[in-house]
Design a binder for this molecule. Structure first.
Ligand code: SF4
Length: 687
């Protein structure tokens, strides 16, 4: 017999997991969350969610939740009051600032926190501490997207909306498996493939979408620039370029064309492992489509040539006129729920809130006036990898971390541990004990997204409300409240009397960020607004109509393929290429999803190996192996898989039992330092 329970209340909010930004109706009975439904009226998800958003919510009241502030004394955490914790942190930060200067302190913000919290976090580091050493987890995922698209178009964000999938004729999916990483958008892409739109997938892995696609270009990992040059070569050779678009709205096409004309196509074929014939067919199919949408993911950004790849993807869209119309554009599949928003709010060491250049004295003056201070820090801050190096070199003394498990998620774990061990102060705001919070001096218990108000910005620039469903658990506080409290302990008084209230913080954000002038809590309504938001509240589902690029004109860039230093330095000794990714059931380091029933469905990381590679080493299916790189080794069960080509291995990093980042390396994208998780030189052996 089934019994229908009536909810005491149902609250609409935004999913905390991925950048799709699904709207969820959360039902509460007797003060406990009992179910999640997907509202059909939600523009983003139209009645759908995935396994994570809908079912993986039990983490919020898991017994492991941190509920009290703690300070480490003699190597052991002791519960303290909030006042004791705040006083301790403020005193230590002031001491470090006095002894070594403000640049000896750094902050890692979180793309899992709300816009308001990210805005406050960067403000605390810049204004209350006095340094631009503020960075966030975009550094380990989509920083190259923001940088690359800014170079090409002037704006580092998706040009179109997911809704445009209904109107496109072709989908070009590069380095992404949205069926696992962005499931609701992945399902829409799959439906479009099945309905017969032209479909091209570039991926070293034979994903389910690759299998379904008209063209799967299964490249050798790390050869993204080479394959994009190949595609451009054939588009130009077949004269399928949009001359009107190029002549009217872009610059430097002639240099690009000359560069492409001189490419050795046979060499590119050899490098990528993709035949000229297949590349030619895919190029023609993309360029001939009336409207073609590009989507890309971390398979583009987490590479030595990540930013360059983004610029070449922009070239592809511009040279075929696939910009500024419905059903076209460059659409990065932003990983985390609020990775777009965190960057918008100024969580980066070179740009403040609204992407204004903090090196420019006029901009420094602008922020100083808005924040009610005499002056702002004058030079660019350090990126996360630079902060870790600075800690090892003794220049960085304190790290303030809001909701990041750096030790688990950043590459070359032993390097991160060494950096952390060198610090005088580590403060971590978290939901649970993690590998990172274990190393902290102070751990502050944060409230989950069910327990606070605010906004998240999804991958299509849509700012949506996060509504409080239940009161904060135990003695936890929302991250933003903690930051506001600490700012006043550090001696900074908000000039406008700002409190931690979403409406209040949004008012200040709208005042500071030029392209959010018309943003208010009320105007967000149930379906949010896509920035830029004009003063009258009009939002912008599509960018660059009629070549209206923020930088005035779209710019072509030309690049040659360069082999990753990881392969150059270690490829001989470690002849296999390991590439890492994600599974549907888990979210990144699994801090939340491992504490839900999803862990029962998928409880281990496995290594996908081509059967012939395993057999050549005498290793059976499901056996456990040791995977070795220049940084160390890990132990992991293998699974025979023909989804990887010979010489390529694939795994995930959801489970701490394997701790795959022990073997990933320190090579990063040249421009943004985003780590190259997708190309790791390894070997493997029977245990
Ligand atoms: Fe949440 Fe993404 Fe799943 Fe939607 S697709 S429910 S946003 S994890």
């Amino acid at each position: 017999e089934t019994k229908t329970l009536k909810a005491d209340k149902t609250v609409r909010t935004t999913c905390t997991y991925c950048g799709v930004g699904c709207q969820l109706d959360v039902s509460v009975i007797n003060g406990e969350i009992k179910g999640i439904q997907a509202p059909e009226t939600a523009e983003v998800n139209e009645g759908h969610t995935c396994l994570k958003g809908r079912f993986a919510f039990q983490f919020y009241n898991h017994p492991d939740r941190l509920k009290e502030p703690m300070i480490k004394k003699n190597g052991k955490f002791e519960v303290v009051t909030w006042d004791e914790a705040y006083d301790f942190i403020a005193k230590k930060l002031k001491e470090i600032k006095n002894n070594y200067g403000a640049d000896a302190i750094g902050g890692f913000s979180s793309s899992r926190a709300t816009n308001e919290e990210n805005y406050l976090m960067q403000k605390m580091i810049r204004v209350a501490i006095g340094t631009n050493n503020i960075d966030g987890c975009a550094r380990v995922c989509h920083a190259p997207t923001a940088f690359g698209m800014q170079q090409s178009f002037g704006t580092g964000a998706a040009t179109n909306s997911i809704e445009d999938l209904k109107q496109t004729d072709a989908i070009f999916l590069f380095g992404a498996n949205p069926v696992k990483g962005h499931p609701v958008t992945g399902a829409k892409i799959k439906q479009a493939f099945m309905k017969g739109v032209t479909s091209i997938v570039v991926d070293p892995i034979k994903t389910s979408l690759a299998e379904l696609a008209d063209y799967h270009l299964q490249i050798r990992p790390g050869t993204n620039v080479a394959i994009l040059n190949m595609l451009a070569y054939f588009i130009i050779k077949e004269d399928l370029v949009n001359h009107h678009f190029i002549n009217s709205y872009t610059e430097k096409y002639e240099e690009f064309k000359e560069h492409v004309d001189n490419l050795d196509i046979n060499e590119l074929e050899k490098l990528t492992g993709v035949s000229k014939e297949l590349a030619q067919k895919a190029a023609i199919a993309y360029a001939k489509a009336e409207r073609a949408m590009e989507f890309h993911g971390l398979g583009v950004t987490e590479h030595f040539q990540g930013s360059k790849t983004v610029m070449l993807l922009s070239n592809l869209a511009m040279m075929t006129g696939n910009i500024g119309r419905k059903g076209v554009g460059l659409n990065p599949l932003r990983g985390q729920n609020n990775v777009q928003g965190a960057a918008d709010m100024g969580v980066q060491p070179h740009q403040g809130a609204g992407y204004l250049d903090i090196n420019d004295p006029k901009i420094q003056q602008y922020y100083a006036e808005k924040y009610g201070v005499d002056k702002m820090p004058e030079h660019e801050g350090l990126k996360i990898p630079q902060m870790l190096n600075a800690a090892i070199n003794g220049k960085l003394k304190a790290l303030y971390i809001m909701g990041e498990d750096t030790i688990m998620t950043d590459p070359n774990t032993n390097h991160s541990i060494k950096a952390f061990e060198n610090l005088e102060l580590i403060v971590v705001q978290e939901l649970f004990m993690t590998a990172t919070s274990e190393m902290a001096d102070v751990v502050l218990p944060a409230s989950s997204y069910f327990e606070k108000n605010g906004t998240f910005t999804n991958g299509e620039r849509r700012i949506q409300r996060v509504n409080k469903v239940i009161e904060p658990i135990g003695n936890t506080k929302p991250d933003g409240q903690i930051i506001i409290d600490l700012m006043s302990r550090l001696g900074y008084q908000q000039p406008t009397g700002l409190t931690y209230d979403a409406k209040d913080v949004i008012k200040e954000i709208a005042d500071v960020i030029p392209f959010m002038k018309g943003l208010t809590w009320e105007r967000l309504g149930e379906n949010g607004l896509q920035w830029p938001i004009l003063e009258d509240g009009t939002d912008t589902p599509m960018l660059h109509i009629n070549g209206n690029f923020k930088k005035g004109i779209g710019t072509f860039h030309s690049f040659d393929f360069e082999e990753s230093p990881e392969i150059v330095s270690h490829g001989k000794k470690y002849p296999f290429i390991l590439t890492t990714g994600r599974e549907l059931e888990h979210y990144n380091s699994g801090t939340m999803t491992r504490r839900t029933d999803n862990q029962t469905i998928l409880s281990e990381d496995v290594l996908e190996v081509h059967p012939k590679d395993a057999i050549s080493k005498g290793i059976n299916d499901n056996e456990t192996v040791r995977v070795i790189s220049d940084r160390g080794s890990v132990v992991i069960p293998i699974k025979y898989s023909k989804n990887v080509k010979r010489g390529v291995l694939r795994t995930t990093f959801h489970q701490p039992e394997v701790f795959i980042n022990i073997i990933t390396g320190s090579v990063g994208d040249k421009e943004t330092l985003t780590p190259e998780y997708k190309v790791v030189a390894v070997d493997f052996e029977r245990l």
